[in-house]
Design a protein around this ligand. Structure first.
Ligand code: MN
Length: 458
């Protein structure tokens, strides 16, 4: 089957240019002006921008958190992803403490296998550092896992400074990259205990016990540890200017530091936690928390300058019933927001349409950079001959209102309810097949493929 996309513009990390695109089978076959090749069908994409399928390198599907399980498993989560133009997700395999990495990976392969509608890969979580874990790492690369995740907070997951140092050093030797959740665990614990003692148990206490400077402290400390290990590192879900300053200093010292932020930190702010109604506030609980509005501007400017490399979602969805587990105690609210299906339209509407970032920059942070950082390039992240024909057809005209009832996520709500978009995603193609159109997922079978990934090339 040959499909010719005619009359549109094709985005890359370098720019956006008028071009036709020919797809043959699952691959891009040709790109150019006025392509004359014969095709079995023609997709008229006049006036639209074609992006390489978006990659969401930070999702949590089918994850146990706080005694409950995320609303989205791999089936509903990946359908939501496709609706929003995301054709590849990289989820986090998360072994229990003491469980081998191999066993954790096998469990995640089982959760995703035969369930997932988009393509997928896994990062491996390292929540324990010992000789057994060290010896397992080469096998992880063999299984297509080239990126890892460590935590500086959450007692069940966190590694101390010595273990962070040793793990980073080992990953550097093996050619892996590691994303780190940076928040100061000890002081946050202390602040939470104070709030509890004072009986201040509403969601308003959530942002107050996780202030931005305790994220910045952890970012700064991690970067000094990475300096000692002479290892590259990824700061995941960075939320604020002070944390970003730590990154800029480390880069000035010559360190390699990659930064991810998320749509919620670019578009929502902490005033949402101070709403009277419990449910209205609790639905926004995530860590790090939403910040003051002024941080959004700092993050957009950093995206514009190229100081932030990727925008992923940290999609970790819970229903409002699940969020109500913390009605009497904000620390029991399962943390996380749904967002996998709204990222593309938010980045266009709040970024490109408002001239905060260019189309090329949007392409870099949603597609090209994650593909390069996580070893998927040039199969993913670009539309050039030989690449997978994962295509987002973005129509800049018109617009619509984001509402939960249209969403495929099982969360049952969206943090972006009522948000009016600028234009919208008209079609999403996964490896040459029309996977979603006008917000409807068309694939009837979960045919997502596991992506064994290579090494970082960003
Ligand atoms: Mn996360």
């Amino acid at each position: 089957m040959r499909t010719l996309f005619k009359g549109g513009s094709v985005a890359s990390g370098k720019g956006v240019h008028r071009a036709d695109l020919l797809v043959e089978g699952e691959k891009v076959a040709a790109l150019g002006r006025g392509l004359k090749q014969e095709a079995d069908r023609v997709a008229d994409v006049s006036g639209c921008v074609l992006f390489p399928g978006f990659i969401d390198a930070h999702t949590h599907f089918d994850l146990e958190v706080a005694g409950t399980v995320t609303a989205d498993g791999f089936a509903s989560g990946s359908r939501a992803a496709l609706r929003g133009g995301t054709t590849t997700v990289i989820d986090f395999a998360c072994p229990d403490k003491g469980e081998s990495l191999a066993s954790g990976l096998a469990r995640w392969q089982k959760k995703a296998g035969g369930q997932t509608f988009c393509d997928y890969g896994f990062h491996m979580t390292i929540n324990d550092w010992n000789e057994a874990v060290r010896q397992e790492l080469p096998e992880m690369f063999f299984q297509g896992i080239s990126s890892f995740k460590m935590y500086m907070t959450y007692p069940a997951m966190l590694l101390g400074d010595r273990d962070l140092y040793w793990a980073l050093k080992e990953l550097k030797t093996l050619g892996g990259v590691c994303g780190v959740h940076c928040e100061n665990a000890g002081v946050i614990d202390g602040m939470i205990a104070e709030k509890k003692a004072a009986g201040e148990l509403s969601p308003a206490s959530h942002p107050q016990t996780r202030p931005p400077y305790l994220e910045a402290e952890a970012v700064g400390r991690l970067l000094r540890i990475a300096q000692a290990a002479q290892a590259p590192v990824i700061i995941v879900h960075l939320t604020n200017g002070e944390a970003l300053s730590e990154v800029l200093w480390a880069r000035k010292r010559g360190q390699t530091v990659y930064v991810e932020t998320c749509p919620q930190y670019l578009t929502l702010d902490e005033s949402l936690y101070y709403q009277e109604n419990f449910s209205d506030a609790a639905r926004y609980v995530c860590a790090p928390p939403l910040r003051e509005r002024r941080e959004q501007d700092i993050l957009w400017k950093a995206l514009h300058r190229g100081d932030i490399q990727t925008v992923s979602t940290d999609h970790c969805s819970f229903t409002l019933e699940q969020k109500a587990l913390g009605r009497e105690d904000f620390t029991k609210i399962p943390g996380g927001l749904p967002g996998v299906e709204t990222r593309g339209e938010l980045m266009w509407s709040c970024g490109v349409a408002k001239r905060k970032i260019s189309v090329a920059q949007m392409c870099r942070v949603l597609s090209e950079n994650p593909a390069k950082l996580y070893g998927l390039f040039p199969r993913k992240g670009t539309l050039q001959p030989g690449s997978d024909a994962d295509i987002v057809v973005y129509d800049p005209s018109g617009g619509h209102v984001i509402q939960a009832e249209d969403c495929a996520s099982a969360a049952g709500y969206t943090p972006y309810e009522g948000f009016a978009t600028d234009g919208g995603i008209r079609q999403v193609w996964l490896r040459g097949r029309l996977a979603a159109e006008d917000g409807n997922v068309l694939l009837s079978q979960p045919e997502g493929k596991y992506m064994a990934r290579g090494k970082c090339m960003l």
